[in-house]
Design a protein around this ligand. Structure first.
Ligand code: MRU
Length: 350
């Protein structure tokens, strides 16, 4: 059972505090030897943290979406392995459990492979040494993600400024690819934050992102918290907004990118890319190298997570359709073909 620990203030930063130090959705708690997570299911109503003390709790936290976002899922799984080692649990079983939690986000497998590499040749080490080695690697994965996101954001913002010039941009995004989805900087929102530092953001249009509403609950909240101008739209307002508001570009995150550049991201991204092409709005993706799965030739091979029908049939625990006679379909992700993507920004300079 995951324990709630304490509540932080929901106040946004004051102007003088706006140093662009973003939210940290996950932190190691040395005193408790556990992991503190922002419970993202409660946002935007409460900014509450929960403490996770075992790998099974971490697996629950990932699958129940206490935390979410491909890079953060990978970081959390690495800490899950550290907690398993600390408890002397079977590490193969722990790995299997953690890997099964979210099938589309390949950063999960990537992070577990980083832990596998640490365990190579560890057969004669004491359990305490193995625990410390995994924990050190988990800390590295967390800090490394923040650094990658910063580099990616700088490269992306530089490209955008060179392409469009130094103007105030109208940007559209979907889901949440921000600090809350990563170690604490963000991919798509990291790039937006980088532009905002130079006062180059006129408005970010955040798509609501049904069914789990990461756009309204997380992105709009995160940008308001960071004092970056944000307008929330529902998902069916995309075409009209592109046409009427002269959107400069769309930027999204990614959960898995195939060798040919086909990109899996939150359901609705594919429709957004098609609408962007029709309106001649450049469509960009920002993702760290850990999101690439070059073992898959095309996006057709990316496994798509299907989630509970309740996410579609209910809003705020209330049924939104007939009690019987209606079926539901709830793919969590879709794949945007590479031809619709102008560029993918990574931490590597291009
Ligand atoms: O189901 P979620 O909320 O985990 O989906 C998240 C997304 O689709 C993000 O856009 C993606 O993980 C990139 S996060 C930097």
């Amino acid at each position: 059972m995951i324990q709630f620990v304490f509540v932080q203030s929901l106040e946004s930063k004051t102007t003088s505090e706006t140093s662009f130090d973003s939210l940290r959705p996950l932190a190691w708690n040395e005193a408790n030897q556990g992991v503190t997570l922002i419970d993202q299911r409660l946002l935007p109503y409460e900014l509450k943290q929960v403490e996770v003390k075992s790998h099974t709790e971490m697996a629950d936290a990932i699958s129940e979406m206490v935390l979410r976002g491909a890079p953060l899922i990978g970081i959390a799984a690495a800490y899950g392995m550290a907690l398993a080692a600390k408890a002397g649990a079977d590490l193969c079983q722990a790995r299997k459990l953690l890997l099964s939690t979210r099938p589309t986000a390949v950063n999960l497998a990537w992070a577990l492979e980083q832990i596998d590499a640490v365990l190579q040749g560890c057969d004669l080490d004491s359990p305490e040494t193995i625990y410390q080695k995994i924990l050190t690697k988990a800390h590295w994965i967390l800090e490394d993600d923040i650094e990658r996101c910063k580099r990616m954001s700088e490269h992306g913002a530089k490209y955008i400024r060179e392409k469009f010039g130094n103007k105030k941009f109208k940007i559209m995004t979907i889901c949440n690819a921000g600090a809350l989805a990563t170690g604490g900087y963000g991919t798509a929102l990291g790039l937006i934050r980088e532009l905002a530092k130079n006062d180059l953001v006129e408005m970010v249009y955040a798509c609501e992102t049904r069914p789990r509403q990461q756009g309204s609950r997380l992105t709009a909240w995160e940008l308001a918290y960071e004092q970056i101008p944000v307008t929330l739209i529902s998902d069916n307002m995309v075409s009209h907004t592109m046409k009427e508001q002269a959107i400069d570009f769309v930027i999204t995150g990614a959960d898995r990118i195939a060798a040919n550049g086909d990109t899996a991201n939150k359901i609705g991204t594919y429709a957004l890319a098609i609408q962007a092409q029709y309106h001649q709005v450049p469509f960009f993706v920002a993702a760290p190298e850990s999101t690439f799965d070059r073992s898959l030739e095309t996006g057709d091979l990316i496994p798509i997570e299907e989630r509970s029908s309740k996410e579609v049939s209910h809003i705020n625990d209330k049924l939104i359709t007939a009690e019987s006679g209606v079926e539901f379909y709830n793919p969590g992700f879709d794949v945007t073909p590479n031809i619709l993507i102008e560029r993918i920004f990574t931490e590597l300079a291009t």
